[in-house]
Design a protein around this ligand. Sequence first.
Ligand code: PLP
Length: 358
Amino acid sequence: MIPAAKPIIGDDEREAVDRVLRSGMLAQGPEVKAFEDEFSPFVGNRHCIAVNSGTSALHMAFVAAGIRQGDEVIVPSFSFAATANSVKLAGATPVFADVEADYFNLDPKSVEAAITPRTRAIMPVHLYGHPAAMHELQAICQRHNLVLFEDAAQAHLAELDGTPVGAFGAAASFSFYPTKNMTSGEGGMVTTGCDHIARQVRLLRNQGMERRYENEVIGFNTRMTDLHAAIGRVQLQKIEGWTKTRQQNAKFLSDNLKGVVTPPVAAGATHVYHQYTIRVVDHNRDAFAEELTKRGVGNGVYYPTPIHRLPSFGLTLDLPVTEQVAQQCLSLPVHPSLSQSDLETIVSTVNSVAQAGS
Ligand SMILES: *Cc1c(COP(=O)(O)O)cnc(C)c1O
């Protein structure tokens, strides 16, 4: 079986964890600080604040920027639930806009149509590692005086016209969950160019304290541990190489797959292929996926149910492209551990299932 995803953990990650264990300082400390400093060049030298998950990073960014009850934040429904959960957890209301079918990202026209007097912010997701239409969304934010956030959980090192994701919005959030392009075990990072947001996130993750027992605001404990940061630092040294391999794997798939819609890349965009997601249009997607699994090609459907229709939100909305892509999308293995023979197997299997009809 060719796995759909595969975290890569080597001897240097193990040695880094061992070094921290031997130091006896396990909680947030020098490793976290170093991880933040080392991540910053990848996001245009912005402030970086490490936290315990991507979800916490999203949540802390909203609270730090003053998003609160009564505010609306426009987000895609075609994403992982954490995108909208984090808006709710900050006390605000997620308003779901539609996506476009090429890159699966927020459609600026649908975003503009969703703006109300209560709208405070827009948060695109750089889904599967393809940057969202940031120039158009920035222009909408300027016209309507809104704050731009980024859910960059899947998009480490993705770029648009030379600007890295994580450097567009007032704040952005990355995830280091094991299946993401790099991992710290669990973890997240807030990136921001705003001194105020940076300081607030630092306070919020640590009970509202900068100096011990001088709590300034009501805070959380969303600190990253030095054990996790040590893993993240090692992975950060490898992420550029892994990203190149993902891009080469994706190119081979796109050059050779037939009978399915392969993922295009927008002009000026650097896709980092967290997922390589095709659209199955001439077959039943679920039957197609099952057949691939039967023939040993791992795959995944991200996401079968749009967030607004999950029981946790339970909304009925008219988001036709979201509904369409949720039925058609299918992610194939693209991770850096694939061999040339794996890639050839993926191509021949997908092409044969596509040809067979179902
Ligand atoms: C993974 C992910 C998150 C949440 O990150 P965690 O580290 O798992 O909390 C948020 N948004 C998107 C789009 C994700 O893929």
